[in-house]
Structures are given as C-alpha cells and as structure tokens.
Design a protein around this ligand. Structure first.
Ligand code: IPE
Ligand code: IPE
Ligand code: MG
Length: 253
C-alpha cells in the first residue's frame, strides 16, 4: 500500500507521521558499514556480509530512484581498507564487476548515471574495466547519479586538490589570494555535485572514517545501529523523515 507520498506503508514507517510535503534530500551519502559484524553474528565468513551488502545496494538504489533522490553517493571502499586481509580485499574488488554484471542492464533502463569517486589507478584491472564499462554505458543517462566512492579517502582527495592548486599557482595561472572555497570544492573529486544534504552511517559507529570531510561541513548526519546487510527501504524512508525534522541553519538563525 502506498501513502500520499508514494511511501510504501511498512511497519517501520507507520511509527512516524509522514508529513504531506516531505522534502527529499537531493544528495544522500551513505557509509555502508557493518557487513563483517553482520556475517560474524551469523557464524558466516566476513565476505558473506559483503555479498549480502551488495544485494542491499541494489534495493537502496531502486528506492533512492523511486523517491526522487538526485545523487546517491555510496562509500564502498576506503583508502584505508587495503589494510584488510588479501582475501577480503580481493573479494571486495570483485564486487563492482559482480554487481554490474547482474544489474547494469536495469541501471541503464532506469536512466541511472554510474560514477566513481576515488583513486582508480590503484584498483585491479578487472575492477577498473567493470566500472569503466558502467560509466561509459550510462554516460548519456540523465536520471539518478549513482556515485561509488571506491578507493576513496577524503585526506587523499584534499591532498591531490592542494597539489593541483599549488601547480596552478606555480605556473602563474592562479594567485594564492584567488584560492577560495569554490576553488577548493572545484578541485575535489566531488566537484560536479552539491554537498550531501544527508549522510547516513550504518552499524553504530559514530565517526566519518575519512569520508567527504570538506563536503560534510553542513550535512545532516544520521547514525543507525542497523548493519548494512539489514538496511532496508524503510530505513532509508525513516532517515528522510528524520532529515525533515531537522532545522538546517547553516550558521544563521
Ligand atoms: C563495510 O563493512 C564494508 C567495507 C568497509 C568495505 P565492514 O567490512 O567494515 O564491516 P564491519 O565494520 O567489520 O562489521
Ligand atoms: C568505512 O568503514 C569505509 C566503508 C564503509 C567503505 P570502515 O569499516 O573501513 O571504517 P572504520 O575502520 O570502522 O573506521
Ligand atoms: Mg566497518
């Protein structure tokens, strides 16, 4: 059953009074965390959690598209995640290929634009090939931007941005006093997108883990204890309901 806003009535959403004119945040970013603990609780290997997590990505992309979110940024692999055991890293690096093999057709049909944000040079060739194919085949789409943060680290991104600006200063293309906030935003990997309106982190951890440190300056933050493989459409809806109760002041009154 759908309510006025097209929200499917679920047990979880019934706990909330859905306002008539709910604002859908344009840019939603998610730190998809808790796959390993989800698997451990079930006596499964950690990678089983990653596999389940991939299925949840599909569900949440569909729901984000249905709700009219414009940009969905998903933290899939951090610059620090290389520290994990090789088997786990290898498994994670195969997920983009698996995900896209089974899902690219639907993404194309849904007019979704696949993008990647991160240091792609360090990704294995097969991972790069899979994401490049998805980017190319969805390049002319105009719908939801599905932006995977893959081998992404905010400090690395900022470091690279500073190098870019410094090089422009060095060759005389830019004066130091011309470096302003928009120049810095423009030198980041996220330069084409507005800052996230809403950040969701699953799994109960209350930290950013090197994710979009510059861009999250005024983002509404929502932390949930739910592990990513258990995250569902109704959790996303609840997060948007919470977002609607926040008063975003951006330093004003
Ligand atoms: C998130 O789940 C997926 C990645 C970081 C790639 P984790 O693998 O971090 O799961 P936990 O935090 O160990 O439970
Ligand atoms: C953040 O999760 C990275 C991703 C979700 C891809 P982590 O599990 O790597 O973060 P920490 O280590 O708990 O801070
Ligand atoms: Mg984790």
């Amino acid at each position: 059953m759908l309510d006025k806003l097209g929200f499917r009535k679920t047990k979880a959403t019934d706990q909330f009074n859905i306002e008539d004119n709910l604002e859908i945040p344009s840019h939603v970013a998610i730190i998809m965390d808790g796959n390993g603990r989800w698997a451990k609780n079930k006596n499964l290997p950690r990678v089983a959690g990653h596999h389940e997590g991939m299925k949840v990505v599909k569900k949440i992309v569909r729901e984000a598209d249905r709700l009219g979110i414009e940009i969905l940024t998903l933290y899939a692999f951090s610059t620090e995640n290389w520290k994990r055991p090789k088997d786990e890293v290898d498994f994670l690096m195969k997920l983009p290929g698996q995900f896209l093999t089974s899902y690219l057709k639907e993404l194309i049909e849904k007019n979704v634009q696949v993008r990647v944000m991160g240091d792609e040079s360090r990704l294995p060739e097969h991972t790069r090939a899979a994401v490049n194919q998805a980017k190319e085949q969805t390049a002319n789409n105009t719908g939801l931007i599905l932006n995977f943060a893959l081998n992404y680290g905010s400090r690395h991104e900022l470091t690279m941005a500073m190098r870019t600006l410094a090089a422009e200063v060095q060759i005389g293309e830019l004066k130091p006093e011309e470096i302003d906030e928009s120049k810095i935003s423009g030198a980041l990997l996220s330069h084409a997108y507005p800052d996230p309106d809403l950040l969701i982190r699953t799994s109960g951890e209350l930290r950013l883990s090197n994710f979009m440190l510059w861009q999250l300056a005024y983002t509404e933050l929502i932390f949930t204890d739910v592990y990513w493989p258990d995250f569902s459409e109704s959790h996303l809806q609840q997060a948007i309901q919470h977002y609607n109760r926040r008063s975003r002041r951006f330093g004003g009154v």
